[in-house]
Design a binder for this molecule. Structure first.
Ligand code: FES
Ligand SMILES: [Fe+2]
Length: 313
């Protein structure tokens, strides 16, 4: 996954009175609100003896370490060491801070080494719609659920009793279906007769669109072999009821994907990926791989592509 990009740290609602520890791209980070209510992100390690700052408290809008009470402001500057006499100065105690933006219901972080891009990509119509929001942790690399959510031929098998494609397959079987792929340097859109999927770098998959159903998924790498899937589901505009198949714990349909993805990850861990075989229906997931590979290694190598595939789905 590309490092120089905005990723979700946490939903804004999680950032209340207590500091929030997260891990992103292998980096321990603590999120908190400063005295002005702005979200802040610091490396979650005290420069005194290495204790996680997230074990501490927020004092005067600063992170106060749980061990000896050193306080760090939102820029990572140590502002107060309780044990110092008045005639002693604070020196060499800076810790790393990360650019942090609050937008569309999330706190977004930039942990890359390049200068941050101006803002995270906006979530279309976020303010106009109502949303359900949640997250689940997956024991697999972030690319697996990204591919899975763009995979046009899995729902009839992975999602019994839940996915429209499964119900249709039960009723009439799989039928030849044409899907149009449209790839730019930062986006892949897949359109079928009843399908609209979109992938935006680095990690956003949108299912549905327009005024109808919309599920937005982000996939944040944490430690190697794990990721967090943040989901955002548009509430039913008419009833405002939660969709019956959805819960805020672990939505069952995501649990069904988890089962196959974590299984696949165990295989990749044990065997690498040389065993993989692909068919034409994998065009969508392979396109997402290409997009991510270009963004991670060499953004200038990104190419545009349009093609259509005809598969039984
Ligand atoms: S370890 Fe943080 S103040 Fe000592
Ligand atoms: Fe799925």
């Amino acid at each position: 996954m590309p490092r120089n990009a905005w990723y979700i740290g946490a939903p804004t609602t999680r950032l209340d009175k207590a500091p929030v520890p997260i891990v992103i791209h292998g980096l321990p980070v603590v999120l908190f609100r400063d005295a002005d209510g702005h979200a802040r992100a610091l490396h979650d390690r005290c420069s005194h003896r290495g204790v996680a700052l997230s074990l501490g408290t927020i004092a005067d809008g600063m992170m106060a370490c749980a061990y000896h009470g050193w306080r760090f402001d939102g820029e990572g500057r140590c502002r107060h060491i309780p044990s110092l006499r008045d005639d002693q100065r604070i020196r060499n105690t800076q810790i790393r801070s990360y650019p942090c933006v609050e937008q569309d219901g999330y706190i977004w972080l930039w942990t890359g080494d390049d200068e941050p891009g101006d803002r995270p990509l906006a979530i279309e119509k976020f303010d106009r719609f109502q949303w359900l929001q949640g997250a689940i942790e997956l024991a697999c690399e972030a690319i697996l659920p990204i591919e899975n959510n763009l995979d046009i031929c899995h729902a009839a098998f992975t999602h019994p009793e839940l996915h429209p494609q499964w119900f249709r397959a039960q009723a009439v079987g799989l039928v030849p279906t044409r899907y149009e792929l449209d790839m730019s340097a930062t986006n892949l859109t897949v359109r079928g007769p009843e399908t609209l999927l979109s992938f935006d770098l680095p990690d956003r998959v949108t299912v549905g669109g327009g005024e109808g159903f919309r599920l937005i998924l982000h996939h944040v790498p944490t430690i190697p072999g794990r990721c967090i899937q943040h989901w955002l589901l548009r509430r039913e505009p008419v009833t405002e009821a939660e969709p019956p198949f959805w819960s805020t714990e672990e939505p069952e349909i995501l649990a069904q994907d988890r089962l196959v993805l974590e299984s696949a990850q165990r295989t990749y861990d044990a065997e690498g990926d040389a065993f993989e075989r692909s068919v034409e229906a994998d065009a969508t997931t392979l396109a997402a791989r290409r997009l991510l590979a270009a963004a991670t290694r060499d953004p200038a190598s990104a190419t545009q592509m349009k093609r259509s595939v005809l598969v039984r789905s």
